[in-house]
Write a protein that binds this ligand. Structure first.
Ligand SMILES: [Mn+2]
Length: 316
């Protein structure tokens, strides 16, 4: 049974609800304009793009914490240390064109299907009012149910995946919903017609077999120059694990892997990949419990700002 709008459920309360229940903890219909100080009522029906938080990390294999990321990323987005615009000139946060759907309330269960279904239904609900979303993770396990919901609306789609890791384990330590396995679920269900991975630098033979089996295109990090030329023929979804970046730029992650991409390289990928349309994106794996300066949330907010700018550039 859906929760009434505006009702906030604690994680414990949510866990007691039935496995198939869908909880939207709050629907933000207003935005505080940090420039003028005026509280503006936003019209969900006219917003071009939505933002939805998915603070879920029960399937993290090594260290929990990404469940705490969405409010940290929003706080960095709203900080008066930066302005409201993308580098490409679009007013993204706050913006009349961007509606904040709040955060999903998700059962805190490890290794079960229930949270996956709650996330998929919650994303589908948000897509009903804004058919393009930027999702704030959460660990990377959230991307499988997100893609199920997005592909149901926009499919067939292509998936551009920035990460240190391919996340293609058939299961990880027996958990098929692990944050190390979302791309395996997406590939085996045929949810995307093309999977392109960028920044990959940590994987073994079992995942290499999956790359071969599902014809995944893998680009390791590059040292200089423009990077791979990426052209897609179908609507594109972009999933960014911030550990695809070098830990020098994004240290607050559960699995830091040195030798990664710079912020500028990832921004260039977002700006330069060619596709008929970008129809959604997520930024995942920020772990605020190991990010004492908050810089990783600031980096994530920067990526969200430019992803929103890219989506708004393709509106209407
Ligand atoms: Mn990763």
């Amino acid at each position: 049974m859906p929760s009434p709008a505006g009702m906030v459920l604690s994680r414990t309360q949510a866990s007691r609800r039935s496995a198939t229940a869908v909880h939207v903890s709050r629907i933000a219909l207003c935005s505080h304009d940090t420039v003028s100080g005026v509280l503006k009522i936003m019209n969900v029906a006219t917003a071009a793009v939505g933002v939805l938080g998915i603070g879920f990390d029960a399937n993290s294999s090594f260290k929990r914490g990404p469940a705490e990321a969405p409010p940290k990323i929003r706080s960095a987005l709203s900080s008066e240390s930066a302005n409201a615009y993308s580098e490409t000139g679009y007013k993204v946060w706050p913006s009349d064109q961007v509606v904040d759907h709040g955060d999903l309330d998700i059962p805190d269960e490890t290794g079960t299907r229930a949270p996956i279904d709650v996330i998929e239904q919650g994303v589908a609900n948000a897509l009903a009012t804004t058919d393009r979303l930027v999702l704030l993770g959460g660990d990377h396990a959230v991307t499988y149910p997100i893609i199920r919901a997005v592909a149901a609306v926009h499919g067939p789609i292509s998936l551009l995946h920035v990460d240190a890791h391919p996340d293609l384990y058939p299961d990880f330590q027996g958990n098929p919903w692990s944050h190390a396995s979302p791309m395996a679920r997406i590939a085996e269900e045929g949810l995307v017609d093309r999977l392109v991975q960028v920044g990959i630098r940590s994987y073994g033979p079992d995942q290499a077999a999956m790359v071969e089996q599902y014809d995944v295109e893998v680009h390791p990090p590059w040292s200089h120059g423009p990077g791979p030329e990426l052209r897609f023929d179908s609507p594109l979804y972009i999933s960014v694990d911030v550990d695809g970046l070098d830990p020098a730029y994004a240290p607050g992650v559960s699995h830091p892997e040195p030798g990664g991409l710079s912020v500028r390289q990832v921004l260039d990928v977002i700006a330069n990949c060619a596709a008929p349309r970008v129809i959604g994106a997520d930024v995942v794996e920020v772990n605020p419990t190991v990010d004492p300066t908050g810089i990783t949330s600031v980096v994530a907010a920067k990526l969200v700002r430019e992803l929103l700018g890219r989506l708004l550039s393709e509106s209407g």
